[in-house]
Ligand binder design. Structure first.
Ligand code: NAD
Ligand code: MG
Length: 298
């Protein structure tokens, strides 16, 4: 893995292709158990003070894309609260160490965002322990596997909606009264939101809802609160979610439909989260930023 994102190089060979050996994990998969670790910027992301003094809450930030955003935010000067499932404590401790190494405050808030009461406590604990809130990243999500609509249970459908969609509503609603003009909300949607794979139709629905929520709220949030809201739509990214929710066959082909012929790494999304969080993104709201390796490009 390269240790910097600055030296010009061929992006096709910047990171490896899909893994040759695949080890599936039970959900929630952890980064510590992955045999081929993703690059979440631990050695590669360099900050330059773009978020100096900000206070950020990110969900699903123990691993994968959220971890890359959390490490980048801390290196850009933000204090960072991260939410994750209790079973992911070891991954979260690693992220907390990176945040502290950057000289910033780390707040660990484990819990299950598919419950409204936890979402409300999460926001109030983050605000209390950070001393305010400027940046909210709604990134946590689950995917799972389906075998078509007839094999999809109401329990699975309900759990997906609660985790991916209701949590967005609950956390954003709880956070908004704390956000001052200049604050930023960033949601993680997916290429699946507009180009759904049939075998994960219900997950794709939640990602479409996240994109729509982002666009729908952008006007009132700016007019009434001076708050920006945007989303990032990743393509195929090498993260624990893939080991929990993919199949061996799918994993061995991850990213092979992109012109890069490789999956993206979480750190390759981090600069977009930083841009959307920072004042450099002042005129950007209601947008969906794709980081897809060229997938879904007409
Ligand atoms: P990941 O497994 O590293 O992160 C997902 C995180 O969601 C987990 O770490 C977990 O902490 C959190 N989470 C799940 N259910 C939760 C619950 N009930 N309560 C609290 N936290 C919960 O995988 P990732 O790929 O980095 O996923 C981050 C986001 O990116 C997700 O929303 C996912 O849908 C989205 N995404 C991923 C890809 C990809 O290819 N990896 C592509 C498009 C979108
Ligand atoms: Mg995780």
């Amino acid at each position: 893995m390269p240790t910097d994102l600055i030296t010009p190089q061929d992006p096709r060979s910047q990171y490896p292709g899909p893994p040759s050996e695949v080890e599936l994990q039970a959900a929630p998969a952890t980064q510590q158990q992955m045999s081929e670790k993703p690059d979440c910027g631990e050695l590669s992301y360099k900050g330059s003070g773009k978020l100096a003094g900000r206070k950020a809450l990110l969900t699903g930030a123990d691993s994968g894309i959220g971890r890359a955003a959390a490490i980048a935010f801390a290196r850009e000067g933000a204090d960072v609260a991260i939410c994750y499932l209790p079973a992911e404590q070891a991954d979260a401790e690693e992220v907390a160490n990176y945040i502290r190494e950057a000289g910033r405050k780390a707040v660990l808030l484990p819990g299950d965002i598919s419950h409204e009461g936890f979402c409300q406590r999460l926001v109030s604990d983050a605000v209390d322990q950070l001393g305010g809130l400027d940046i909210l990243v709604n990134n946590a999500g689950k995917m799972g596997k389906t075998e078509g609509i007839l094999a999809t249970s109401t329990e699975r459908f309900d759990s997906l909606m609660k985790t991916n969609v209701y949590s967005l509503f609950w956390i954003t609603k709880a956070a908004l009264p704390h956000l001052k003009p200049g604050a930023s909300i960033i949601n993680t949607t997916s290429i699946q939101g507009y180009d759904p794979s049939p075998n994960i139709f219900d997950y794709a629905m939640t990602k479409a809802a996240i994109a729509n929520f982002t666009k729908g709220l952008s006007q009132p949030l700016m007019e009434e609160h001076g708050v920006r809201i945007n989303a990032v739509a990743p393509g195929p990214i090498w993260t624990p979610l893939q080991e929990a929710d993919g199949s061996e066959e799918k994993l061995k082909k991850l990213g092979s439909k992109t012109p890069y012929k490789r999956p993206g790494q979480p750190v390759e999304l981090a600069p977009v989260y930083v841009l959307l969080a920072s004042q450099e993104g002042s005129y950007i709201t209601g947008e969906i930023y794709g980081v897809t390796g060229g997938m879904g490009v007409a």
